[in-house]
Design a protein around this ligand. Structure first.
Ligand code: PLP
Length: 430
């Protein structure tokens, strides 16, 4: 039923029905959560053998002879870097394996840029006036929180089906205060878009007023396909070099959603100059990373095809959950004209758009009925969605039964919020 075509009287009647349904939903006393973009216990269990490697009596020596139990090895184990070189599209010698969180490495790079500048800077970033970073929206809330913390201005750029609006990006980088751009180039958070080859080429080739401009290429979902064919991503480092900007891209990735989200391995990849720059800073923080964890990852995932096979097992767990989101939303909201959502082929999220001005109300209604949703606005800098319409759904963590209840409740809240909104609109025929 196309809700936007109903008369005022029909909408009032529909609201009464929906309110009754909502009351019954609340009476169920649910406690459900669609906010957690993290692997389920079933997914984590796929990496259980990792915990036995190399074992108390096992060989703790890496291929280059390093005793992984000892200090050193800041660059990370060569065999693990070789495994992830292909998936992250970074030559192994230009890939650093460090720590367990790529977000931490992004934070490190931003802080070092703000404190010291990057290769090509004439001064630390902010001393050259206020610093701004482009933020494709909707995007990842933690990227925005990091900039906010460091006092970096954020300029939203709309996402399209092929990546950020590149005309807008090329226009904005003509301002020398614009020092960088956040990119989640594959199965993006939350829209699941993979940047087209042309978008990647334009990012690599564009002229920027700032000589020390950086692309923060957060390839968090590089190998995280869920359905069907993988989506190819152009090689950002190679293209930057080809277009005369070898230092432009910082590539990030991790095994957080491959092995164990709390104890994986993170990666940074870039030009030789940027790698030396980062290692120089990291060497002041630590003598070396946790190489025992790197060794067990290298033994568990000896090459890229082992990663691929492992990700097939993840996909088998995730696929029914993503399918359920689409089935329930389609059944309840399809054809109503009040909602649109993504049908991801990979990544961790579904991006739901409701009528303008309704997202916060949907989140409130759902929260009051015991269904936690990511706060409205979270996918925009400073938590401000100018149209108040985007909601990020994370279906990976709950079991299928819980997910079904949460989605049905959510769909009801979307409809109720939309009907309430339509009833306040003067455009609705009497
Ligand atoms: N980048 C993106 C786009 C994410 O969605 C997430 C987690 O949800 C992360 C980074 C966090 O990565 P890590 O666990 O390696 O810090």
């Amino acid at each position: 039923m196309e809700l936007t075509a109903l008369t005022h009287a029909e909408l009032s009647e529909r609201r009464t029905t929906l309110r009754d349904e909502y009351r019954r939903l609340k009476d169920r006393g649910l406690r459900l959560d669609l906010t957690r973009g993290k692997p389920s216990a079933e997914q984590l269990a796929l990496a259980k053998p990792l915990l036995g490697l190399p074992g108390a009596d096992g060989d703790h020596t890496a291929q280059d002879g390093t005793d992984c139990r000892n200090y050193g090895g800041l660059h990370g184990l060569p065999e693990l870097r070789a495994t992830f070189s292909g998936p992250l599209q970074v030559p192994a010698e230009q890939l650093v394996a460090f720590g367990n969180s790529s977000l931490e490495l992004m934070y490190e790079c931003m802080v070092d840029a703000v404190l010291f500048g990057v290769p090509g800077s004439t001064a630390p970033w902010p001393r050259e006036g206020r610093t701004a970073v482009l933020c494709p929206v909707p995007g990842y809330d933690r990227h925005f929180a990091l900039c906010e913390k460091l006092g970096i201005d954020m300029i939203p750029v709309p996402m399209t089906g092929t990546g950020p609006d590149m005309d807008e990006v090329e226009r904005l980088v003509a301002d020398e205060r614009v020092k960088g751009i956040w990119c989640v180039p594959k199965f993006s958070n939350p829209t699941a878009v993979t940047y087209s080859a042309e978008t990647v080429r334009r990012l690599a080739a564009m002229e920027t007023a700032a000589p020390d401009f950086r692309i923060f290429w957060d390839n968090a979902y590089a190998v995280h396909r869920v359905t069907g064919e993988d989506e190819p991503l152009a090689d950002i480092l190679g293209l930057c070099a080809e277009h005369g900007h070898p230092d432009r891209a910082f590539v990030f990735g991790s095994t957080s959603k491959i092995t164990m989200a709390g104890s994986g391995v993170a990666f940074f990849g870039s030009s030789p100059a940027n790698v030396s720059w980062l290692l120089g800073h990291l060497s002041k923080r630590t003598i070396g990373p946790d190489k025992v964890n790197q060794l067990r990852h290298a033994r568990f995932l000896p090459d890229a095809s082992a990663v691929d096979a492992h990700m097939d097992r993840h996909a088998a767990v995730l696929r029914p959950k993503f399918e359920l989101v689409d089935t329930v939303l389609e059944k309840r909201l399809g054809g109503t004209g009040i909602a649109s959502w993504t049908r991801p082929r990979g990544g961790y999220f579904v991006s739901l758009d409701v009528p303008d001005g309704c997202a916060a109300r949907v989140v409130e209604l759902a929260g009051d009925a015991g269904i936690a949703l990511t706060p409205a606005g979270a996918t925009f800098p400073l938590g401000k969605d100018p149209r108040d319409r985007n909601i990020r759904l994370a279906p990976s963590y709950p079991g299928l039964d819980e997910l079904l209840d949460a989605l049905e409740g959510l769909a009801l809240c979307v409809e109720l919020a939309a009907v309430e909104r339509l009833l306040t609109s003067s455009d609705v025929p009497a």
